[in-house]
Design a protein around this ligand. Structure first.
Ligand SMILES: C[S@@+](CC[C@H](N)C(=O)[O-])C[C@H]1O[C@@H](n2cnc3c(N)ncnc32)[C@H](O)[C@@H]1O
Length: 222
């Protein structure tokens, strides 16, 4: 199935679901500019299965999938209770009963689950050992034919990487994020950990018109 391409009006409608002015502007600009949601939607559309969104924030991926006409049940998981409450409010206001959000720390366990697993922009908050453990736990929740889709800034010696690190510190300074970045993964980590878990791994740059050193990692269980 080809997902519907959401229009700017869809993004404005989603932004209006937000409680707070900051969330409204963040949502509108994030959905308009970040290519990651369309990249994830393409993977889900190819094989509609339930989705676990680890580090879901205020639940923008779920809202984006619904705007694409994709109705796979989604569970969002995040340790920021304020964001989980915001995600629930937005889902309720939109009338989406199959977008569920749970508060919890991905360093200490993940919900029981089988389907697609998504991890967008959270690995930098984990130590290398925690990244290994999270990737292994996420891979164990990927159903046959489903994928683990990850977006992460990769460690490198270039200006994009330096902007990525700066933006993460800024997010902490403005209290948008609870934590400062700890460690950025390199490409080898995904091949090692996810390959060992039996997934087929591919990596590609995904920064669109943003200045970040972001990559999309797709790891599929045959
Ligand atoms: C940059 S935001 C990305 C939000 C969302 N994935 C998106 O792309 O729209 C990173 C999210 O990871 C969450 N996070 C960071 N460390 C976490 C942890 N240990 N357990 C659960 N969530 C965590 C933060 O609270 C934040 O919402």
């Amino acid at each position: 199935m080809n997902p519907r391409t959401p229009a700017k009006a869809d993004f404005d409608r989603i932004a209006r679901l937000c409680d707070r002015r900051w969330d409204y502007h963040y949502t509108r600009s994030k959905l308009r500019t970040d290519p990651v949601y369309a990249a994830v939607a393409a993977v889900i559309a190819a094989r509609p299965l339930p989705v676990l969104d680890i580090g879901c924030g205020i639940g923008l991926l779920g809202q984006y999938l619904r705007a694409c006409g994709l109705d796979a049940p989604l569970t969002g998981f995040d340790y920021d209770e304020r964001k989980i409450r915001a995600a629930r409010v937005m889902a309720a206001r939109a009338g989406h009963s199959d977008l569920n959000f749970e508060a919890g720390d991905a360093r200490t366990g993940l919900p029981e689950f089988s389907g697609h697993v998504v991890i967008l922009d959270i690995l930098q908050f984990f130590t290398p050992a925690e990244q290994n453990a999270l990737l292994a736990a996420a891979a164990a929740r990927v159903a046959p034919g489903a994928s683990l889709v990850i977006r992460s800034g990769l460690r490198a010696d270039n200006w994009r990487f330096r902007v990525t690190v700066w933006a993460d510190y800024l997010a902490k300074a403005t209290r948008w994020m609870k934590a400062a970045p700890v460690s950025y993964p390199d490409a080898a980590l995904f091949h090692e950990v996810l390959g060992a878990a039996g997934l087929r791994v591919s990596l590609r740059p995904l920064w669109g018109r943003t200045p970040f050193h972001n990559h999309l990692i797709t790891a599929t269980r045959p």
